[in-house]
Write a protein that binds this ligand. Structure first.
Ligand SMILES: C[S@@+](CC[C@H](N)C(=O)[O-])C[C@H]1O[C@@H](n2cnc3c(N)ncnc32)[C@H](O)[C@@H]1O
Length: 582
């Protein structure tokens, strides 16, 4: 074997034997490759110059695009993280430890070291992995965890990093077993679940009552809807649920933001949800735990994106602000689902032949909403730019429709519009339902900030934008201005969800919960100035104007500045953080 090959294979052998953790970051990268990958690279190294670069780029490719990685959900844990989690969870030489998806054995190796340090002569440590070669190489049981668990003994500790396999790739047989276990536990599994969620839930069931769990879990745990019940379950099952958000440097190669979750039933002073900074976790300094109770208005745990100090500030101010939720003033609903926007939403030329009676003005997307109001001039601009602006609104039987429309419907049938899902489930297929004009529109997705747009020209909207109906439409303009304040936007960041590219999406149920300031008369005076600033993309100037009006007198300049910093931080986080690519 060449020297390069020996150098590449050494870390893997160290890991198998449970020897010392790699010291350098480069060595860590080598460790995270599986055996086949290493052998492939060794082959490459023999034939290609620039081995280090090749290793590096292949390692990156593996982590970003690897098909095997996606299917097995293999996002490997840096040994220092596995060591820190295991040190916390394993507390006695007699602890029985389980890693339910042990991969290359980084947690098993850490557990053996920890148990040996605690004086164990025969460390009791079980790994399970469905991947035959990996299991064989590490001495793990080779079986689907959800099958194995049905006759598994109880453990004192579960450590690990469950596979992050998206719901559409979750093997059906495995899913059936997993869901069966969850149901037995009294939980309601969802087909939207990625594999990590049932792994986490079922791992709790193999623990003795005093057992501890320390795992690497996708950050989705904090906010996805399907994990809501699991979040509540964790708080019921454990006295302490400790969450740590490691920085990207810790999980460099991974395209998936993760949290470190540590749960136990320790009779400690602090209980409930607690947070810890990564350096303290790595140093084992658990005096640094900070309470992190979620806010009543936010069922997600996104408050953990804020530091303990930031959460304290919000906890102080929020109750004093006492703003009412959006739904106290009106309601947010989805836009029109046409079934085929290209067919049903027309530009001025296309609509020309059909007659006003069969057309309704419609906003086709956020691109047409430039300020905090949409009026006749804005509509004219959409028309002049030849963008879609009219919804074809038909409900009469076909023989009662004018000839040009009948011809257009025939064209639609030739193009199979009538058999598209939303069209074929309604009768007649061309009658678009729920096409009503709203008082305002709320951006469903926004790159910079969400925005509430007053409709000076009445129209409806496609489902790329939400429609808003006010209880008192005469206050609509004020609401549109008042929405543009630091607190409402901060709440939007915390309750919405973000996607690749850093776009923030707000669903109607989330928007309806957002706190809104009182629609005071002083807002009328700044309506135009705010609109102008938003149109010229000076969002933060607009925000400053609104804050000046809606923030109460008791809130100091310093407190307001802190709130602005928190909002800026949340927006930056959304735009720059890693997003799952599988
Ligand atoms: C994210 S890796 C974790 C590896 C290791 N625990 C670590 O942290 O580095 C996930 C592992 O889960 C394994 N796996 C996927 N589905 C599984 C299943 N149903 N049962 C057991 N293991 C599974 C994969 O083979 C892969 O090794």
């Amino acid at each position: 074997m060449s020297r390069t090959a020996k150098r590449l294979i050494r870390p893997l052998n160290n890991l198998r034997s449970g020897a010392a953790y790699p010291a350098s970051r480069k060595q860590v990268r080598e460790d995270v490759l599986n055996e086949e990958e290493q052998l492939y690279l060794i082959g490459k190294a023999r034939t290609m110059p620039g081995t280090a670069n090749e290793l590096q780029s292949a390692s990156n490719r593996y982590h970003q695009n690897g098909a095997a990685e996606k299917v097995l959900g293999a996002v490997y844990t840096p040994p220092r993280v596995a060591a820190a989690l295991t040190r916390w969870a394993v507390r006695s030489a007699s602890d029985k430890v389980l890693d339910p998806s042990s991969g290359e054995g980084v947690f098993m190796s850490a557990a053996r070291t920890r148990l040996a340090d605690l004086g164990a002569r025969r460390p009791q440590c079980v790994g399970v992995d469905v991947h035959a070669q990996t299991a064989a190489a590490t001495g793990a049981v080779c079986e689907d965890f959800f099958s194995w668990v049905r006759s598994a003994p109880k453990f004192d500790v579960v450590v690990g990093n469950p596979p992050f396999i998206r719901s559409h790739l979750f093997p059906e047989g495995s899913r059936r077993l997993a869901f069966g276990e969850m149901v037995r536990m009294g939980l309601k599994p969802s087909r939207l679940m990625s594999t990590w969620a049932p792994f986490l839930a079922v791992c709790c069931s193999v623990l003795v009552p005093t057992g501890r769990l320390a795992m690497v879990i996708p950050e989705e745990l904090l906010h996805v809807g399907y994990a809501q019940e699991l979040r509540e379950f964790l708080v019921r099952r454990f006295r302490r649920v400790i969450v740590c958000l490691p920085s990207h440097e810790i999980f460099q190669e991974v395209q998936q933001a993760v949290v470190l979750l540590l749960c136990d039933n320790e009779n400690a002073a602090e209980s409930g949800i607690l947070s810890i900074e990564y350096p303290a976790l790595e140093e084992g300094d658990f005096d640094d735990l900070t309470p992190a109770e979620p806010w009543a208005w936010n069922p997600k745990w996104t408050h953990l994106f804020l530091t303990a100090q930031e959460r304290r500030l919000v906890n102080q101010w929020w109750p004093r602000l006492d703003w009412r939720p959006f739904r106290a003033y009106g309601r947010v609903e989805v836009g029109v689902v046409t079934g085929d926007n290209d067919f049903f939403v027309l530009d001025e030329d296309q609509a020309g032949a059909f007659g006003e009676k069969h057309l309704m003005p419609i906003v086709g997307g956020a691109k047409d909403l430039r300020g905090i109001t949409f009026g006749a001039n804005d509509f004219r601009r959409v028309l002049s730019e030849k963008r879609p602006a009219f919804l074809l609104r038909l409900d009469a039987p076909v023989d009662q429709l004018p000839k040009p429309i009948r011809a257009y419907l025939e064209l639609g049938e030739q193009r199979n519009v009538h058999i598209r899902y939303k069209c074929r489930i309604r009768d007649p297929w061309y009658a678009v339902p729920s096409a009503w004009e709203s008082d305002a529109l709320l951006l469903r997705q926004s790159g910079e900030m969400p925005r509430l747009v007053h409709l000076a020209k009445k129209c409806t909207a496609t489902d790329t934008v939400h429609r808003v109906t006010w209880d008192r439409p005469s206050l609509g303009k004020r609401h549109s201005v008042s929405f543009m304040n630091t607190w409402t936007l901060m709440a939007s960041e915390l309750t919405g969800r973000s996607y690749g590219g850093g776009v923030l999406e707000l669903m109607p149920s989330e928007a309806n919960r957002l706190p809104l300031p009182e629609p005071s008369a002083a807002l009328d005076d700044i309506f135009e100035a705010v609109d102008e600033r938003v149109r010229s993309r000076n969002f933060y100037d607009a925000l400053a104007l609104v804050d000046e009006v809606v923030m109460p007198g008791w809130m100091s300049r310093g407190a307001r500045q802190s709130a602005e910093n928190i909002l800026a931080k949340l927006i930056k986080r959304r735009k720059t953080r890693y997003h799952a690519n599988h």
